[in-house]
Each structure stands twice: as structure tokens, then as C-alpha cells.
Write a protein that binds this ligand. Structure first.
Ligand code: UDP
Length: 239
């Protein structure tokens, strides 16, 4: 049973339950995928049917950030907690390392995925980095083929939204990986190119504000945040 927030169905799991579920998917036959929508992505999904379908067809839909959790509470259908994509990914890598599983990193500017791979291999001994590729490719075929040949168990896809969700739903199966995760800017953080908000900020629901201050170019995108709350209010009145 998913919790509907403006047309996107979220799985109601704690972070550790989400990682358990991710590991189950990773061990199951076939290809599965995880998406981590924030309010901005929910707003994109309201306007873009293909994006909404790709997001809702995921095997795991996790609330990335406090906005979605607030929205769900306002609608009278609370979610257990926020599960930021980057924290889900870290939990997953810890478990993958213990089992010697392999990870492919796809996305971000040239060089970023390689650096992230080196740092992650150091941080999670046992984790195998199957390969890396930047996110600015013209043809999908060679990238899909490179992932398939790498034999990766899992792929982190950081192409921004909704590109990454659409890419995963279209090409995920052909990669042969068991699990693909749409993770936005996480590769930049893993590579040390971008810093995550200090704990105080995220504990107080202000991670978005920290990101805005460190990169004011995000302001235009962040207009979607208040818009999301307006739409939640409207939906609440309709209920
Ligand atoms: N990106 C990419 N290919 C593209 C467009 C974007 O690899 O065609 C990358 C971009 O370099 C960045 C990531 O996708 O590393 C998106 O990061 P953003 O901070 O926008 O994601 P968020 O975490 O806010 O969803």
C-alpha cells in the first residue's frame, strides 16, 4: 500500500526498512528500480505523464526530504520518515560491500563518477566498482552495453530528474543489473564535489535552504517547493 502525494505513490518505510527492501530486490531475479522523489520531482510528475508513470512504476519510491513527509502529513496520511536518496544509497553500499556485490556509477560531469568510485571503494571495503560513465552521452546504446558487459549488480543513475527516472524505466532492463537507483546529485556528493548540508540543517528540515545558499542558481528550480505546498493545501481542502 503506497501513500499518495499529489499523484506519486510513496512506500511507507523507515530508512533501514528501505535498505532491507533494496537488498531483497538486488538479490531477486530480473531488474528492479528505486526512485527518490522530492517535492520538485512530484511537481514535475504533475505536469509530465511519462515522468509520473516512470516514477510510479518503480519497485521502491522513497520520500527524499522533509517536504514530501510534510505534504503526506498535511494530507492526513503520514509517512514514517524521510529517506534521502543519498542515505539510502549509503546504507545499500554498506550491505553490498559485506556481500562483495558490484556497483556501476552513471552520471554527472566527466570525471565525477570516477572520483566517486575511487572514494566509495575506499570507504566501503569489499564493494566492487564495476565501472563508471559520465552523464553527458548522446547515444544510450553504448552506455547500456558498457553496463551490461561490466556485469554490475547495481547501478546508481545521477542524470537529474526526470531524465534519470525515464532513462531507468526505458533502459534499465537491458543493462542486466538487478537494481538501478535514481539518485540526482548524489554522485557529486560521493565525489566530494558538492557538500551535503551539515546535520543541524537537515535535522531541522532546512537542507533545501542550505542547498539554495550554497548554489543560488537553484532558486529558479526551488520555486517548485512553495508551489508543492500550495498544491498539497488545495488537495487537502478537496479531501
Ligand atoms: N546530469 C547529467 N546529465 C544530464 C543532466 C544532468 O549527468 O544530462 C547530472 C548533473 O551533472 C548533476 C545531476 O545530474 O550531477 C543532477 O544533480 P541535481 O543537483 O540537479 O540533482 P538533485 O539532487 O537536486 O535532484
Amino acid at each position: 500500500m503506497r501513500i499518495n502525494v499529489l499523484g506519486v505513490g510513496f512506500d511507507n518505510l523507515t530508512k533501514s526498512e528501505a535498505v532491507d527492501r533494496g537488498m531483497e530486490l538486488l538479490r531477486s531475479p530480473g531488474t528492479h528500480y528505486v526512485v527518490t522523489p522530492n517535492p520538485e520531482i512530484v511537481e514535475i510528475c504533475r505536469e509530465n505523464l511519462a515522468a509520473r508513470q516512470a516514477v510510479n512504476a518503480a519497485d521502491l519510491v522513497l520520500p527524499d526530504g522533509v517536504g514530501v513527509v510534510k505534504g503526506a502529513r498535511m494530507l492526513g496520511t503520514p509517512l514514517k520518515e524521510k529517506v534521502p536518496g543519498i542515505e539510502f544509497a549509503s546504507g545499500l553500499m554498506e550491505r553490498m560491500a559485506a556481500e562483495g556485490l558490484s556497483l556501476y556509477l552513471l552520471g554527472a560531469k566527466p570525471g565525477v563518477a570516477e572520483t566517486a568510485g575511487e572514494r566509495l571503494a575506499e570507504k566501503y571495503p569489499g564493494l566492487k566498482i564495476a565501472g563508471t560513465h559520465d552523464g553527458y552521452f548522446k547515444e544510450d546504446g553504448p552506455v547500456v552495453e558498457a553496463i551490461r558487459r561490466s556485469g554490475a549488480d547495481c547501478v546508481f543513475v545521477s542524470l537529474g530528474a526526470p531524465k534519470q527516472e525515464l532513462w531507468i524505466s526505458r533502459h534499465g532492463g537491458a543493462t542486466g543489473a538487478h537494481l538501478l537507483c535514481g539518485l540526482g546529485g548524489s554522485l557529486n556528493v560521493f565525489a566530494g564535489v558538492v557538500k551535503r548540508a551539515p546535520k543541524f540543517w537537515s535535522d531541522h528540515g532546512l537542507e533545501w535552504f542550505y542547498r539554495l545558499c550554497s548554489d543560488p542558481r537553484r532558486a529558479k528550480r526551488m520555486i517548485k517547493l512553495p508551489l508543492f505546498l500550495v498544491h498539497v493545501q488545495r488537495e487537502k481542502r478537496r479531501k
